[in-house]
Design a protein around this ligand. Structure first.
Ligand code: NAD
Length: 444
C-alpha cells in the first residue's frame, strides 16, 4: 500500500520541535479562527470521502459499510471539535479580596504524540487529533505500520487547511513510537495491552501525561427473559463483524439459565453473516489483517479443542485467497481459562453459561480487562441491578458492545485503560492543563 522510510529518533525530535513552533502560533490565533480551520478540515475530508473509503478497504480490509461509517464518523468528530473550540474555557471563583479576579483556565499541553493502532485508521487518529487541535495543541502522529497509507493521506489533506507543522505523521514501528514517547509533551496511545504497558512505563519515567486505551475481553450477558432471535443477531454481529478486530468486539457470551435455545440461534446468526471480499457491499466479515493474525485465531481453535472445547461453528481457514478465518464460536471453555482472558483479536468468541445472574456478573468481571459489557434483558430492574456491578468503563443495555458515540466519554477500567477518558467533552481533561490565575489591581 505504501513504502516509506522508518522515522529515526533524531527526525522524531525535529518533528516535535517543528510542532512546538507551530503550536505557539496556533495557540495565539483567535478561537473563532481555529474553529474555522477545523471546519475546513472536516470539509476537505468530506470531499475526499469516496477516496478514503476505498483506501481503508484496501489497506486494512474493513468491510465497505463499516469503512463508510468510519469515514463519516471521522468527519463528524472534526465538526464536533471545531465547535468545542468555542466552549467556555475555565471557571471564575469568588475574589479573595475586592477588587480582584480569581480564575482557572485550560491551557494546551504543547505537542501531543499520538500512537495509534491499525484497526480504525481514520477514526482513532481523528478522535485524538480533533480535541488536541481544538484545545490548542500540535500533534505528531505515529500510525501503526499497517495503516500508514491512510495516515499519510489524512495528513496530506489536512495540511491544505492547517498551518504547517501542526499535524505531522512520522511513519515507523516500535522504535519510532518509543522515540515519540521520549520527546512529546504528552502521549495518547491506543493499542494492545502488551505495548501499552511499555508506553506507560516509558511515559511515567519521563513524568509526562499519558492516556492509554488498550484491549478488551468484552462480555455480553444474556438474561433468561431476553428475546432470543433478535439478541442472537446483535451478538453475532458484535462478535464477528470486521472479523472481530475491534477493541469493543464481544468475545465472551454469557448465557444465564438453559443455554441451548440461545446457542442454537447464535450459531444460525453467525452462519448467516456474509464473509468475503471487504469491498463487496454485503460483506460483514472480511479477512484478518495479516497471516500472523490468522495463525493466532487458528492457534486459539487448537487450544480450545485441546482443553475439551466444542467448536459450534467455524474453526477453519476457508480455501480462498486472503487472510480469512471462518467466524468461530466455541463452547465448553472454563471462564478462567487463558482463552477467556487474553484477546484473540479475530472472529473468535466463547459461549459460556451461568446458572444465575450473580454468576454471570462474577464471570464477566473475571477478566483482567474492563472495556465494555452488554446486558440483554426486558426487565428494567435486572438491568439496573446488573449495570453498576459490572467493572467496565462502558455498559450497553440491549445493545452491542461495539459502537461509539463520539460525544460521550470512551474508555475502560482495569487493564483496558490508563489515564483520562477520550472523546466528547471528557477529552479536554487530557489535552489541557489547568492554570489558576489571580489578578489584583496594580495599586493594591
Ligand atoms: P499494537 O499494540 O501492536 O500497536 C499500537 C501502536 O503502538 C502501533 O502504532 C505500534 O507501531 C506502536 N508501538 C509498538 N511498539 C511500541 C513501543 N515500544 N513504543 C511505542 N509505540 C509502540 O496494536 P495494533 O495491533 O496496532 O492494534 C490492535 C490492538 O489495539 C488491540 O489490542 C485492540 O484491542 C487495541 N485497540 C484498542 C482500542 C481502545 O480504544 N481501547 C481501540 C482500537 C484498538
Amino acid at each position: 500500500m505504501a513504502r516509506f522510510p522508518e522515522t529515526r529518533r533524531r527526525e522524531v525530535a525535529v518533528a516535535v520541535s517543528r510542532g512546538r513552533v507551530a503550536q505557539q502560533r496556533w495557540q495565539g490565533m483567535p478561537a473563532t479562527a481555529r474553529a474555522q480551520v477545523l471546519v475546513e478540515c472536516a470539509e476537505l475530508l468530506s470531499q475526499a470521502s469516496p477516496e478514503l473509503l476505498e483506501l481503508g478497504i484496501a489497506e486494512v480490509g474493513k468491510p465497505r459499510r463499516e469503512m463508510a461509517a468510519e469515514v463519516a464518523r471521522g468527519i463528524g468528530i472534526l465538526r464536533y471539535y471545531a465547535q468545542s473550540t468555542l466552549d467556555p474555557d475555565g471557571q471564575t471563583y469568588p475574589s479573595p479580596a475586592e477588587p480582584s479576579l480569581l480564575l482557572s483556565w485550560y491551557r494546551p499541553r504543547g505537542v501531543v504524540g499520538l500512537i495509534t493502532p491499525w484497526n480504525f485508521p481514520v477514526a482513532i487518529p481523528l478522535w485524538k487529533a480533533g480535541p488536541a487541535l481544538a484545545y490548542g495543541n500540535a500533534v505528531v502522529l505515529k500510525p501503526a505500520p499497517s495503516a500508514t497509507a491512510m495516515a499519510l493521506r489524512l495528513a496530506a489533506l489536512l495540511e491544505t487547511a492547517l498551518p504547517p507543522g501542526l499535524f505531522q505523521v512520522i511513519p515507523g514501528g516500535a522504535a519510532t513510537g518509543h522515540a515519540l514517547v521520549g520527546a512529546a509533551d504528552a502521549i495518547s496511545f491506543t493499542g494492545s495491552r502488551a505495548v501499552g504497558r511499555l508506553v506507560i512505563a516509558a511515559a511515567s519515567a519521563r513524568g509526562v501525561p499519558l492516556q492509554a486505551e488498550m484491549g478488551g475481553q468484552n462480555p455480553a450477558i444474556v438474561l433468561p427473559d431476553a428475546e432470543v432471535e433478535r439478541v442472537a443477531k446483535v451478538v453475532a454481529s458484535a462478535a464477528m463483524s470486521y472479523a472481530g478486530q475491534k477493541c469493543t468486539a464481544t468475545s465472551r457470551i454469557i448465557v444465564v439459565g438453559d443455554p441451548t435455545p440461545f446457542s442454537d440461534a447464535l450459531v444460525a446468526a453467525v452462519q448467516g453473516l456474509s464473509q468475503g471480499d471487504p469491498s463487496d457491499e454485503d460483506v460483514v466479515v472480511g479477512p484478518v489483517i495479516d497471516e500472523r493474525a490468522r495463525q493466532t485465531v487458528l492457534h486459539a481453535v487448537e487450544t480450545a479443542r485441546a482443553v475439551g472445547g466444542q467448536i459450534l461453528t467455524g474453526g477453519v481457514a476457508p480455501d480462498r485467497e486472503g487472510y480469512f478465518v471462518d467466524a468461530t464460536l466455541v463452547r465448553g471453555i472454563g471462564a478462567d481459562h487463558d482463552l477467556a482472558q487474553e484477546e484473540v483479536f479475530g472472529p473468535f468468541a466463547l459461549l459460556l453459561s451461568a446458572p444465575t445472574e450473580e454468576d454471570a456478573i462474577r464471570i464477566a468481571n473475571l477478566s483482567r480487562y474492563g472495556l465494555v459489557a452488554s446486558v440483554f434483558t426486558r426487565d428494567i430492574s435486572a438491568a439496573l441491578r446488573t449495570v453498576p456491578q459490572l467493572r467496565t468503563g462502558m455498559v450497553r443495555v440491549n445493545g452491542a458492545t461495539t459502537g461509539v458515540d463520539l460525544y460521550a466519554p470512551f474508555g475502560g477500567t482495569k487493564d483496558s485503560s490508563y489515564g483520562p477518558r477520550e472523546q466528547g467533552k471528557a477529552a479536554r481533561e487530557f489535552y489541557t492543563e489547568t492554570q489558576t490565575v489571580t489578578i489584583a489591581t496594580a495599586d493594591g
